[in-house]
Structure formats: C-alpha cells, structure tokens
Design a protein around this ligand. Sequence first.
Ligand code: DC
Length: 218
Amino acid sequence: MSFVVAIDGPAGSGKGTVTKKVGEKLGLVNIDTGAMFRCVTLNMIEENVNLEDEAKIEEILNKIEIDMKENGQIFLNGKEVTNRIRENDINKFVSPVSIIPDVRKKLLDLQRKVSQGKKVIMEGRDIGTVVFPNANVKIYLDATPEERAKRRMKQNQENGISSSYEEILESIINRDKKDMTREVAPLKRAEDAIYIDSSNMSIEETVEEIIKIIKNVL
Ligand code: DC
C-alpha cells in the first residue's frame, strides 16, 4: 500500500530542500514534480516546439524519458540535465508549458505510477489537491516572495548559476501569479493541508516541524 506525503507551495518556498531532507531522514522516496515539468519544458525548447502545435507536443510526450536518480541527478532522454533545468529560460517557459492539458495528463499519470506501492514524499503545486487528494499528510509550505528570492539566489550561487536578485524576485512574482490563477490544477492550499510559513524558520526547523507532523500519522 502507498503512503503519500504531499508538499505543495510556491516557487522558492524551500520545498525542494526540505522534502529531500525529510525523505532521507524518514526513508521516503523523494519525488520532485516541478523537475518533471522542467524536463518537458527543456525538451520543447530543444525541439523548437510551438506551444500550439498539439501533434508535435503529443509526439514529444509519447517518447519522453525522465529518469530521477536517488542521488538527485536528473536525466532527460538519457542526458544529464540536473542544473540545466534550473536555468532562466526554463523558469520563464515552465509556467506556459505546465498549463498544456496533455502535459498535465502525462505527468499526472507518471506521478501516480512512480508512487504505486511506495512510501513517497512528493513536492509540487497540486499534489494535495489533484494528484493525491487522499494523501496521508498534506503540507502547504509558504514564505514571502522576498525571502524566497533570497533563497533562490543562494541556491543558484551554490550551483554556479549566475543571476540577479531583482531578476529572480520578478520571475518568482510572475510565476506565483501564473501558477495560482491558471484554470487547470492551480496552486492553492488544500482545505485539509497544514500551513507552514517558513519565512522566519531555518531549513532545519522546517524539516523538524514536518517530521513531527508525519510521525503523528506514521
Ligand atoms: O517547483 P518548481 O519551481 O521546480 O516548478 C516549476 C514549475 O512547474 C512551476 O512554476 C509550475 C509547474 N508545476 C506544476 O504546474 N505542478 C506541479 N505539481 C509542479 C510544478
């Protein structure tokens, strides 16, 4: 039987780092669904796909292979793309790509399939609302846009990606707006999700808080 912890929240809320750490500490399989949308976006950029070209999109989705290794490395169609999918062009195009119904359908199937019979911690935007409405634990992780921009900036520096604070803040605010107002599977807090504002919390504090919540239902 599956056990699912759903972690939703906006860009840069710390979901990625926190989910990874909680997963490691509790032995849960970590699934980053944003990375899946990022891989589809990269594939479309590489293949020069027009977002209205449904036939071409279907062709790409039919043959796409996304491999997420336990060590955090991500492979798209056999090529390592772990850092590439965090670059600015992907940040910009991932929202329009993520509203394409065929893309959402493909990734929804994939997300459910990879979780079958496993204990997983899955992070994204619609995990507690659409992908796993009956998840065992639902958390909505938030932080102010300014704090999130600071964190993204630091993360980029660590990964050798150059960027400016203003550029990141603007892209975060734009992406929030697009993710929250789209018609299909918008980012919103599930009614039964526990809300955590991590603006003034360290990563360790956030990790401990989430572990406490999960242990209550394990
Ligand atoms: O978490 P992230 O920043 O890597 O996500 C990238 C984009 O993918 C995000 O702006 C919207 C989309 N996304 C989505 O629509 N649904 C998800 N479950 C995860 C991500």
